[in-house]
Design a protein around this ligand. Structure first.
Ligand code: PLP
Length: 371
């Protein structure tokens, strides 16, 4: 092999390290994407994703794109110029949803909250009653702040108002329970590079039959041909009609990742994420890091930590650079308003383990002692 990169422990907001079995699966010699042997894998992946998303939606599929492309797919299918959209903005990714909706011509109303806090369901419900949106969109696991957003009450109010609900599950899927059918979510998307321990490149997504009916009844076709669910249904709906060349190796990797998830069990996996986060928070407090988010709203897979003055003095980016250079460990800085204020430590998928936390704590101890 001619490519050589340093080994890294990826403890930022994503990507996380890839499971070796996933890498091996991706190196399987290629078959064609119209080969029945590959179709059986696609079938298995769709069923595995249904389990993970907690849904019976037929159109539960690995979109050939990253998480942001999944976001585009949800909005592109549901929005026409003038569609009233309500977005919950608790951080950068709720903001991105608003921007995407705006580009498809939606009339967007944003409900914003302070970084590090949830979107209060009562505030979202009032906004739904006031603006009568046709689409309500928000983020389950806001990676820019580490907030775990309660979903059910907001989605129920949106459904009662007749709106479609879009949920961003990029960081939550595979690490937190997701129940699209119980929560009445119409369209959801994720990414493979976080709690599924795959490389980036696929966006698991799910669309309810109500979305498919809506798309079939649209007067104008979906403006993005590539992401039109009515066309994607030709391949993923069962007939396996050519739409675009499936990213075969990436789908083989995802199939392996879903087998690993199933073997572990969703609840055991969620518990492993919770245990790792608890150990991290208990361990970093002695260095002066404090969680940004109050305990009941914290994500297990992404912890936002306020940077202590000792680290601020040296320059937080310089300390992160030392962690990378001396220990091969990547942690994330803050985004947007939280740049320079927090670090984001991801314990996602394979990395949600106590021994991984201890490796980070040891590295931090060594670096902070030398400041
Ligand atoms: N939504 C959330 C909550 C995310 O954390 C991310 C990526 O970090 C995205 C959307 C965008 O995903 P991608 O970077 O895979 O396009």
């Amino acid at each position: 092999m001619s490519i050589s990169l340093p080994e890294r422990l990826l403890l930022g907001p994503g990507p996380s390290n890839v499971h070796p079995d996933v890498l091996r699966a991706m190196a399987t010699p290629l078959v064609g994407h119209m080969d029945p042997a590959f179709h059986a894998i696609v079938e298995e992946v769709q069923e595995g994703l249904r389990e993970l998303f907690g849904t019976r939606n037929r159109m539960t599929i690995p979109l050939s794109t990253t998480g942001s492309g999944g976001m585009e797919a949800c909005f592109a299918n549901l929005i026409e110029p003038g569609t009233r959209v309500l977005t919950g903005v608790a951080g950068v990714f709720g903001g991105r949803m608003s921007e995407v909706a705006h580009r498809y011509g939606a009339e967007v109303t944003r409900v914003e909250t302070e970084p590090g806090t949830i979107l209060e369901p009562s505030v979202m419900i009032q906004a739904i009653e006031r603006t009568r949106p046709q689409v309500v969109a928000f983020v389950h696991a806001e990676t820019s702040t580490g907030v775990h957003q309660p979903v059910e009450a907001i989605a129920a109010a949106a459904q009662q108002a007749g709106a479609f609900v879009i949920l961003d599950c990029v960081t939550s899927l595979g690490g937190l329970p997701v129940r699209l059918d119980d929560w009445q979510i119409d369209a959801a998307y994720s990414g493979t590079q976080k709690c599924l321990s795959c490389p980036p490149g696929l966006a698991p997504a799910s669309f309810s039959d109500r979305v498919l009916e809506h798309v079939a009844a649209r007067k104008r076709p979906v403006v993005v041909w590539y992401l039109d669910v009515s066309l994607l249904a030709g391949y993923f709906g069962g007939d396996r009609v050519y739409h675009h060349t499936a990213p075969i190796s990436a789908i083989l990797g995802l199939a392996e990742a879903l087998r690993l998830v199933r073997a572990e069990g969703l609840e055991a996996r969620a518990e492993r994420h919770r245990r790792a986060a608890k150990r991290l928070i208990a361990g970093v407090e002695r260095f002066g890091f404090e969680p940004l988010v109050r305990a009941e709203h914290r994500l297990p897979m992404l912890t936002a930590l306020r940077i202590p003055p000792t680290v601020q003095k040296t320059g937080e980016a310089a300390v992160r650079a030392r962690l990378l250079e001396h220990h091969g460990i990547e942690v994330g800085g803050g985004l947007g308003k939280l740049a320079g204020v927090i670090w984001r430590v991801g314990l996602m998928g394979e990395n949600a383990r106590e021994e991984v936390v201890d490796r980070l704590l040891g590295a931090l101890e060594a670096e902070l002692a030398s400041l």
